[in-house]
Design a binder for this molecule. Sequence first.
Ligand code: NAP
Length: 236
Amino acid sequence: MTIADKTILVTGANRGIGQALVSEALSRGAGRVYAGTRQPLSHPDPRITPLILDVTSAAQIQAAAGQVESLDVLINNAGIWLSDDLSDRAALEQHLAVNLFGMYGVTQAFLPLLTRSRGAIVNNLSVNALAPLPLTPAYAISKAAAFSLTQSLRALWAGRGVRVHAVLTGPVDTDMTRGFDIPKSSAESVAAGIFDGVENGEEDIFPDPYSQAMADSWRGGAAKALERELAGFVAS
Ligand SMILES: NC(=O)c1ccc[n+]([C@@H]2O[C@H](COP(=O)([O-])OP(=O)(O)OC[C@H]3O[C@@H](n4cnc5c(N)ncnc54)[C@H](OP(=O)(O)O)[C@@H]3O)[C@@H](O)[C@H]2O)c1
């Protein structure tokens, strides 16, 4: 998979990693980039087509899908991150609505186009899908669930030629981590790491130095071996 001349859709495209993904797609020669945002977006590059897309709105997802004729790569990037201590069920539901069901709804809507193009789905998750930061447990629960969704989609759609990538991102310098005094990667470098992973065919992408430190042990570990073994039941 190369990005040049491809049609890409990015959700949460107006700021942070999503904005950087749009710029990186353009600089790699994408033919068309659909930029999904909650508010109207204007961009000088004629290859950009803005889409109003709140991923929690079934009506907006349906309308967006109706505006896209073909698609090679869907990047589920939109996400929220709120601090909580699991005492408030609403906080968990809010995270699941965006980070899990938003991803699910957008993916289901675009799977027919991705099947036609034998394209790719790229789910921007987090290292917190593997281990929670207990300052934001609801976020970690939603990312772990979205990782499981990603793994099942991968197994279910492999036979139809759709690749499904998990992006296990470490800390990135965006609005989401403002106020956290920890080492962070730039959104631009992470966007480049994500597209490198897609172009190299890595099913699990570790796009920054923090996450890369665990890439080898993840890929050679028991959980990955079990994922592959269980995925075999789909084929059989
Ligand atoms: N920053 C990190 O350290 C980090 C680490 C690991 C993973 N990630 C993941 O990377 C993704 C992007 O994060 P970021 O750091 O770029 O965060 P960000 O700067 O806070 O941007 C979040 C993006 O998601 C959009 N969004 C939120 N709710 C939405 C909804 N209901 N429908 C559509 N779009 C929605 C926001 O749009 P509005 O402007 O309209 O709010 C914004 O474009 C997220 O999935 C996040 O979990 C981030």
